[in-house]
Ligand binder design. Sequence first.
Ligand SMILES: *[C@@H]1O[C@H](CO)[C@@H](O)[C@H](O)[C@H]1NC(C)=O
Ligand SMILES: *[C@@H]1O[C@H](CO)[C@@H](O)[C@H](O)[C@H]1NC(C)=O
Length: 498
Amino acid sequence: MGRSATGALLAVVGLLLPLVISDAIRNPIRLPSDRIDDPRVDGGDDAVGTRWAVLIAGSRGYYNYRHQADICHAYQIMKNGGLKDENIIVFMYDDIAYNEENPRPGVIINHPKGGDVYAGVPKDYVGDDVNVNNFFAVLLGNKTALTGGSGKVVNSGPDDHIFVFYSDHGGPGVLGLPTYPYLYSDELVDVLKKKHALGSYRSLVFYLEACESGSIFEGLLPEDINIYATTASNAYESSWGTYCPGEDLSLPPEFHTCLGDLYSVSWMEDSSKLSVASIYSDIHNLRTETLKQQYQLIKTRTSVHDNYRHGSHVMQYGNLELNAEKLFLYLGSNPANDNATFIEDNSLLSFHKAAVNQRDADLVYFWHKYQRAPLGSSQKHDAHKELLDVMAHRLHIDASVELIGNLLFGAERGPEVLQMVRPAGQPLVDDWSCLRSMVRTFERHCGSLSEYGMKHTRSLSNICNAGVDEETMAKVSAQACASIPANPWSSLQRGLSA
Ligand SMILES: *[C@@H]1O[C@H](CO)[C@@H](O)[C@H](O)[C@H]1NC(C)=O
Ligand SMILES: *[C@@H]1O[C@H](CO)[C@@H](O)[C@H](O)[C@H]1NC(C)=O
């Protein structure tokens, strides 16, 4: 290289260097962890990519009011946090706000003193479009796999952060939907692995409210795909509805259904001042509060003073290192909360006495509906029939499963085999397609499991784990169930749940 060429090069470098340095000062190269901690980075900054949220209520029916209330409330938090509607995808059956039983038409609340959380919620997937196929298509960003709905999908890139919140009934290894089939753990975790393999997120946080929700991730969710999950309960206990009729004196008397779920309202009331400004002394700053701090707060509140009598064990799964991240990375931040500090005392608030085991919340509803109906009215008559139907279904399902266990393993060992819980870290079942096939075999002979019957997927899993084949299962199911009871819960009209 000649002297003049070298000189020209140096001159160019000399000109560029100050530019490069000043650019570095304005946009310092940061490690991912630095970026997360940088409070100056706000919702619109490309440095953190885009925030996405998928919010799904998996039930329908006024007696399940609380799940859609949870989801609507979560939407308001995301919206206030600065996420755009194009990045928030909502699944809800949408039969609550204008339900004939709703005392406040067009309004949904998630706290006895709370305001409306329904206004503005996008109706991306409503009615029968709330189904497992659409949920997976949305997560994977696959528009061609959708049926119906708004067509919004998580069209995310490698720098993006995704937040998923699911609120519903569940059972071991299974989550409910307002449509059949239900969602099974192995399929969900496969979809999450696929999303990771597509390189289309930096990290994903999954908050899950359902009975036995720990079983969805236990022994299944890998630690190395940048996913952090917390669940309302461990793998073998129910989760809890809250703000329920009966004991909660603050519940407006016109409601005879639970308004929220304990784990769900715990994280949301920790994240937002929307519904509970009068109760909380302070509201956390989502720019400084970490996922771990929130996990510990909701764990304490959901345990109900550590006695778990009306509460459950909140669990965490996946890549636990992610819990050092700030909530703000997923939920954004409402500027109104930005000066708040983190105060541990928030966890000590107690108004959980009206919690109801999620699985019994429908009984509470049907009972109060019956109680309230005027004596001698046709409503009273109908409510009485509804209550008897739901109880008959429960008795039938419980007795049938028990009998099948006895026929397979003997009266002595039967209950023990069916109820066995595998040690922590092991998935519920080794062969998930066996579980689905056992569910179908059971339902063909004994009728639909329905929401309540999901609790028996542990027994059906254990039947698989014990090596029982489908033919034997069909034979004993036919013996145990002479016919399918004629009530709406057992009906197979809507198809099989697996
Ligand atoms: C999207 O869904 C369609 C239809 O189910 C499927 O054929 C296709 O392979 C999917 N694309 C991707 C990228 O997964
Ligand atoms: C937060 O504090 C700053 C500085 O004291 C102040 O200018 C701002 O108005 C405060 N914001 C809120 C929402 O209170």
